[in-house]
Design a binder for this molecule. Structure first.
Ligand code: NAD
Length: 479
């Protein structure tokens, strides 16, 4: 029997059954039932967060440290169960689900520490006898809107700093992954947050999300999701003169040079393009390969892809789980058809797979003979589909890598210090990897991109303070 998970508004669990989430590895398996908030609930949640802000923003570091540390400890203690539940609702593998859960625990631990390290500056004024202090204060009510592909890590990397710096929150998770969102809120609530400090409003983006965008009482919005929704967040936020931060799509390049270690390059490409079923904003979907290593690289990729175990996310042997849902599967298949029409060669995979249970299984697809002008090279597919683009040398590789509307992450596989150093300096991306997959892994360093991928201050690590606080300059004349 499934339990009804409710929304948390002003410290109370409220709501009626509204939606179910389905296991993409087995569509007969209903993970749970969830209350679906409407505009009224969104308004109540915003009002509760507004009322709770004065108290929480003055609560001091010890109270905030206690809640965040307790939350980290419980997530870590329950990492296997939470990771399994995440894999069940999203379709990433068990190892990835548990890994993401551990990362969430580490993020809460990191920001528990940050509550004790918030600092300011004091300088002498140009006027004798006057002191000037610069301090940071919470922004107010923060709206947090998250996507489905990292159901626990992304909420964690927004909620933890928002609370650490004294903000109150209205959190709207993606419709496909309410269980992970509910779990993290339940843990924080039981860890002792005062009522109204954290409110959960599960429901449709066009209803609950939109109500958050339209409210003058939401002082800041941190959004991760698609470019289209990001632009709506931006337009509405400018209208209300509120702070906003956007993390959106990617079309990330991985450059493989003639002098690369072939095994390292194939590891980076397989991990970067296909792990998490390619459903990562940091996925390396453009593999830009120089002519001297091209054929060896493609042969080695096909050999590796053929060995990948694609199946039920909850089976410990699975290396690639299903696509998240029918809509995303259709999008992946449509782009595979577009790639063929554009003249790229489907060198491997791309077909639907049958498994013991009904699910959205797709064999990872590799295109060769792609050009950077093709739609499959310019638009984010968000599935297990990657293109090999052949180039003559490093200079052309760098030009192609930067020729994209996005700029989240990039990578290069090379044994040349000169090229690695030049690429780190000249790649137009927020994160650059040398001989590593394009994913941004470390939880204590900034995460974010440039161009069409991101807007506003960086997330994660100490850089998160920029978004979640506002600076006050105070002058004192003591007489
Ligand atoms: P999406 O834009 O469809 O949805 C994101 C969130 O916005 C969801 O919670 C959704 O309900 C909400 N939303 C939808 N319409 C809204 C509206 N009118 N007002 C307010 N909120 C609304 O994105 P998605 O399909 O959930 O996620 C996939 C996208 O996220 C991909 O483009 C991916 O690259 C991106 N992503 C980016 C990062 C990053 O850090 N750059 C990380 C993960 C995912």
């Amino acid at each position: 029997m499934t339990v009804l998970r409710k929304n948390l508004i002003d410290g109370e669990w409220l709501g009626e059954a509204g939606s179910r989430n389905i296991n993409p590895s087995n569509t007969n398996d209903v993970v749970g039932e969830y209350a679906s908030a409407g505009p009224e609930e969104a308004k109540q949640a915003i009002a509760a967060a507004k009322a709770a802000f004065p108290g929480w923003s003055r609560s001091g570091p010890l109270a905030r440290h206690a809640v965040l540390k307790k939350t980290s400890d419980e997530i870590m203690a329950r990492k296997d169960d939470i990771g399994r539940s995440l894999a069940r609702e999203e379709g990433k593998t068990l190892a990835e689900g548990v890994g993401e859960t551990i990362r969430a625990a580490q993020i809460f631990d990191f920001f528990a520490g940050e509550t004790l390290r918030l600092s300011g500056e004091m300088v002498p004024s140009v006027r004798p006898g006057v002191g000037v202090e610069m301090t940071r204060e919470g922004v107010g009510v923060v709206g947090i809107i998250t996507p489905w592909n990292f159901p626990i890590a992304i909420p964690a990397w927004k909620i933890a700093p928002a609370l650490a710096y004294g903000n109150t929150i209205v959190f709207k998770p993606a419709e496909l992954v309410p269980e992970s969102a509910w779990t993290i809120v339940d843990i924080l609530h039981r860890a002792g947050l005062p009522k109204g400090v954290l409110n959960l409003v599960m429901g449709k983006g066009s209803v609950v999300g939109q109500a958050m965008l339209d409210s003058p009482d939401v002082n800041a919005i941190s959004f991760t999701g698609s470019v289209g929704t990001g632009k709506r967040v931006a337009a509405a936020s400018v209208e209300h003169m509120r702070k906003f931060q956007l993390e959106m799509g990617g079309k990330n390049p991985l450059v493989v040079l003639d002098d690369a270690d072939l095994a390292v390059a194939v590891d980076c490409a397989v991990n970067g393009a296909y792990f998490s079923t390619g459903q990562r904003c940091t996925a390396s979907s453009r593999l830009i390969v120089t002519a001297g290593i091209h054929d060896r690289f493609v042969d080695a990729m096909k050999e590796r892809l053929d060995k990948l175990v694609i199946g039920d996310a909850l089976d410990a042997k699975t290396q690639i789980g299903p696509v998240v849902d029918q809509t995303q599967l259709k999008q992946d298949e449509d782009y595979i058809a577009i790639g063929r029409q554009e003249g790229a060669e489907l060198a491997f995979g791309g077909e639907r797979l049958e498994r013991e249970t009904p699910g959205f299984y797709l064999r990872p697809a590799l295109f060769t003979g792609a050009t950077n002008a093709m739609r499959i090279s310019r638009e984010e597919i968000f599935g297990p589909v990657a293109n090999v683009i052949r180039v003559k040398d490093y200079d052309e590789a760098l030009t192609v890598a930067n020729d994209t509307p996005f700029g989240l992450t990039s990578g290069i596989c090379t044994t040349s210090l000169k090229h690695a150093t030049h690429f780190k300096r000249n790649s137009e991306a927020g994160m650059v990897m040398v001989n590593l997959p394009t994913a941004g892994v470390d939880f204590h360093v900034p995460f974010g991109g440039r161009k069409g991928s991101s807007y506003g201050p960086r997330e994660q690590g100490r850089y998160a303070v920029e978004f979640y606080t506002t600076v006050k300059t105070a002058y004192t004349f003591a007489g």
